[in-house]
Design a protein around this ligand. Structure first.
Ligand code: CP
Length: 294
């Protein structure tokens, strides 16, 4: 089956072909498309989501698939049923593909070894969020014309970020340079060999400054003294944004903690691509679902 679990080890050619297919779909926004007519796709979200869940659903509906939404909170997961038994149950009923978001690390890989229908990763623990990275690449390519040769700074909670990891693997494959900037408690030391940790001032000198959400729900209490202190040292403030190059852009996967990692005034600033990124999530996910079911 054609699982889509992450970007680690995926070639530049494969990424580019998905971006090209997304461009095709972006160019056909109002067409009724039925390539997936008669296919049943289930969205299996074991962790909360707004953007990923709804853009997958829009993508599936625009491709003519029948959509079955699952949310763990309303399911027999509440009676203690495991993730494997849940996915195996839907597979046995005859769904054709599953889009899955999970809290724990490593579980998706295990599931993929046992489940035959294609599984698409919608974010697993702090491992990967490959469709987010693809929509980020799509946004960069559309703005700059090419990704090769760009410098991308990823700033914030690298330790807990699946977005940082998927971006890192894909950007390196595409020939971009990646820099990280994070407080010591939010660094992932195992990634330092792939991207250097730099000061915020150096991070501001890149073509792309990608801010990450501080994942308060994944931190032990006490790690963050206060939102104000975080903003002071690691937030992209209006004042810091003035030191970015005129051509440089601000990205963020959202949801944003306004006035923590990113100032309120910058969310919809001309330099910000945040809502453009969100819009690109639909054609990107159309390309990914098509690939899984073709
Ligand atoms: N960027 C992102 O994955 O957002 P959601 O958690 O709302 O899907």
């Amino acid at each position: 089956s054609r699982h889509f679990l992450g970007l680690k080890g995926v070639s530049a050619e494969e990424i580019t072909s998905l971006l090209d297919r997304a461009a095709y779909w972006e160019g056909h926004p109002n067409k009724v498309n039925n390539p997936l007519q008669g296919k049943f796709v289930s969205n299996l979200f074991f962790e909360n989501s707004t953007r990923t869940r709804f853009s997958f659903e829009l993508a599936q509906k625009r491709l003519g698939a029948d959509v079955l939404n699952f949310s763990a909170a309303e399911s027999s997961v509440q009676k203690g049923e495991s993730i494997y038994d849940t996915v195996r149950t839907l597979e046995s009923m005859g769904i054709d593909a599953g889009v899955i978001r999970l809290k724990p690390n490593g579980v998706l890989q295990e599931l993929a070894e046992k489940i035959k229908i294609p599984l698409i990763n919608a974010g697993d623990g702090n491992n990967e969020h490959p469709t987010q990275a693809l929509l980020d690449f799509y946004t960069m390519r559309k703005h700059f014309g090419a990704i090769k040769g760009l410098t991308v700074s990823i700033v914030g909670d690298i330790l807990h970020s699946r977005v940082a990891r998927s971006n890192l693997w894909g950007l390196l494959a595409l020939g971009a340079k990646v820099k990280f900037c994070a407080p010591p408690s939010m660094q992932a030391p195992e990634l330092a060999e792939f991207a250097p940790y730099v000061t915020f001032e150096e991070a501001l000198q890149s073509d792309v400054v990608m801010m990450l959400r501080v994942q308060l729900e994944r931190h032990d209490t006490g790690l963050l003294k206060s939102a104000e202190e975080y903003r002071e040292h690691y937030g992209l403030t209006v004042e810091r944004s003035n030191r970015m190059a005129p051509h440089a852009i601000i990205m963020h996967p959202a949801p944003v903690n306004r006035n923590v990692e990113l100032d309120d005034e910058l969310v919809e600033h001309p330099k910000s691509k945040i809502f453009t990124q969100i819009a690109h999530g639909v054609p990107i996910r159309m390309a990914v679902i098509e690939r899984a079911l073709s």
